[in-house]
Design a protein around this ligand. Structure first.
Ligand code: SOE
Length: 382
């Protein structure tokens, strides 16, 4: 699709997902950077990537890498995104965009001064076709006035005190974890669908495991579920395993969100329900090819992801006919098609369906308000 080459920073879960998604989107992956030169070389060989960088500076100096995908722990996001923009690269950064809203504000400002470069945050869930369809329905007015938006994002990969990954550490990921890691997806998605702005929040958070047992080496996201390490040492944890927030939107609509990384049986489950004055919509990421339509005066319906039944906007993000189910990996392919499609078209307005740095900044502001509300035990304005 694009002759623009991409370099990926990070060789963990997200680095692998981005590399595969880029290739499926027809974007050449020209090089990879891991945590050391040896790691870069090993992964480049395994994944068939032509170049293994020894440093981020080497990556930035590569003229074939016009875009950089940042798939490393959150604490590196701001410095890498800043340097990549200043080096003239397009940037696609994993979420959350930064550790604090001060950092994300700086990136928004910098990106606005680089008008010929695209700057996006990888909120891939927007690109499930039925989420794009829900967005169309709301925008067309089919739901009527939005009364309330409710939902959750729950996982079980951090249920036990022996579960560990860099995300549990505040110094690696930020003061908030479940809220920032997965709640930010929900906040972004529901904003993309409804256009509603969160004005104030009232939140309650809980660290279920104030002490976790850290293994000697690094553990990839989700991998601790495959069995505890033989040798571990106890470490204090301050980030949230669970969180709940009531939301007030700018229109007067209400909402609530709960997140958990300790709900046994919920593998990766984002759910939303949007109640409108005419009808409701509900969706569950563990059954992503069905959209529930709630009606009061006639039977409820279920819309199956079949391109022939979808709006033009949602159909553009579908690759296979109905019944040939699409899922998680496809959302990355579609995110990258949208991002590189905009670059190829010379459209740097950020008005397309992908999330911009400004969207990433909005989510950080809400996350910080959630933390303050919890700490001060009161409603907090965003
Ligand atoms: C871990 O909770 C994680 O990998 C998130 O960081 C991703 O954003 C989400 O898509 C899946 O879960």
């Amino acid at each position: 699709m694009s002759r623009i080459g991409a370099a990926v920073v990070g060789t963990g879960f997200m680095g692998a997902v981005h590399t595969e998604g880029l290739r499926r989107a027809g974007v050449p992956v020209v090089g990879i950077l891991g945590s050391s030169e040896g790691k870069s070389r090993q992964v480049a060989e395994r994944w068939g990537i032509p170049r293994a960088y020894g440093s981020f500076e080497e990556l930035l100096a590569d003229p074939d890498a016009q875009a950089v995908h940042i798939c490393v722990p959150n604490r590196f996001h701001v410095e890498m995104a800043r340097a990549a923009l200043l080096a003239g690269k397009h940037v696609l950064c994993e979420k959350p965009l930064a550790m604090t809203s001060m950092e994300s504000a700086e990136l928004v400002e910098l990106a606005s001064r680089r008008p010929g470069q695209a700057a996006a945050v990888c909120y891939n869930i927007r690109f499930y076709p039925l989420c794009l369809e829900a967005r169309e329905w709301v925008r067309r007015g089919d739901l009527g006035e939005i009364l309330h938006v409710n939902g959750s994002y729950s996982q079980d990969w951090l249920l036990y005190a022996t579960d560990y990954n860099w995300r549990v550490l505040a110094e690696e990921g930020g003061d908030l974890r479940a809220v920032a890691d997965i709640g930010s997806h929900w906040l972004d998605l529901t904003h993309a669908i409804t256009g509603l702005e969160v004005e104030a929040v009232c939140a309650d958070l809980k660290t279920v495991h104030p002490v976790r047992h850290r293994p000697a080496g690094e553990v990839e996201t989700f991998k601790s579920k495959e069995g505890p390490a033989a040798e571990t040492h106890p470490i204090p944890i301050t980030t949230d395993d669970y969180g709940c927030a009531m939301l007030r939107y700018h229109t007067g609509a209400r909402g609530n969100l709960w997140v958990s990384q300790v709900t046994a049986g919920r593998k990766n489950c984002l759910r939303f329900e949007i109640a409108g004055s005419e009808q409701s919509l509900a969706w569950d990421s563990e059954r992503p090819n069905e959209l529930w339509i709630g009606r009061r005066d006639e039977p409820n319906r279920s819309l199956i992801r079949d391109p022939s039944l979808l709006s033009v906007a949602a159909r553009g993000a579908v690759s296979y006919p109905g019944g040939h189910n699409e899922g998680y990996g496809d959302t990355f392919k579609q995110t990258f098609r949208a991002f590189y499609g905009a670059i190829a078209a010379g459209d740097f307005s950020g008005s397309g369906p992908y999330a911009t740095f400004a969207d990433g900044h909005r989510d950080l502001l809400i996350c910080e308000a959630i933390l303050r509300s919890h700490q001060e035990e009161r409603w907090f304005k965003v």
